[in-house]
Design a protein around this ligand. Sequence first.
Ligand code: LMR
Length: 342
Amino acid sequence: MMASKPGIKELTRQALRFVLLLTLLFALTGCGRDESNGPIVIKFSHVTAPATPKGQAADRFQALVNERLEGRVRVKIYPSGQLMNDDDSIDALAFGEIQMIAVSLSKFDRLTHRFQVFDLPFLFPDLRAVERFQGSPEGQQLLLAMSDRGLLGLTFWHNGMKQFSAPLPLRTPDAAKDLKFRIMESDVLQEQILQIGGNPQKMAFGEVYQALQTGAVDAQENTWSNIYSAKFYEVQPFLTETNHGYFGYLVTVNSSFWTALPDELRVEIEAILDEVTVWANEQSASINIAAKEKIIASGSSEIVSLSDAELEQWRSATRPVWNRFEKNIGADMIEAAQRAPQ
Ligand code: LMR
């Protein structure tokens, strides 16, 4: 006997099942990332203002991609934390809600301990030393540190070296005793503040100005450009020029999104990113110097310059942080970072 023809209801059910299956396949394989439905969109969220090292780098990346890959890839930058804070952006990237971030290396601490090397106080004398380390085989390996989390580092961007700001002049570490310091979400930075007798408070960038203004925290550490652009200098009468630590970003993508891109587009975006990295890392020092000059011109804060002997006190007070984190980071990684300046 011949099988009876499926009724309209059965056909609809089969069609629905087919559509569902297709949707699932697209979601799993990333096939939705071809260009047949218009340009591939890269939503790039970050928390600083456009006139900062990261803001400038992100805007240049957007301009070059949108110009050179017009109609095929479109980058959309969301600056100043207008979309979300850094912590949320890491989760949103992992879930594929956004496609690119450039979060401070310190803030990946909850996912990997491998970037802790960048937070060790007084490890790098300047940005050129950091660059040599980042370009070394050990530094390049770090781009893959979160591959088990589905996140891929594409390149490092500098902000600059960190300074302290406080309600009093911090000439030596004992002046920091019992002050509440806002820090980024990093255990190394937490230990650094404990070593100088302070009270570390992890806090999102967008909350810092108000916390300093209301006295919820007393002090903080950041680069000149962040202190200027986020107006911390308006509510911190003293800034101490310590250059005590590196502050940089990892430009990160969701690995599945990245590998599902058509090869030729991925190669072109990588080339643009390389070009932007060279440009951005050259700009970062001058943006920080200009920010420092604008703070001086504002007359709001006094800049405290330290003698070599005073700096040495900061160096030795924070040195125990190295020993405490050597196991996490690996002695070989610390050595590679130290070797880089030579
Ligand atoms: C901070 O929280 O101080 C920084 O991560 C802000 C930034 O992205 O530069």
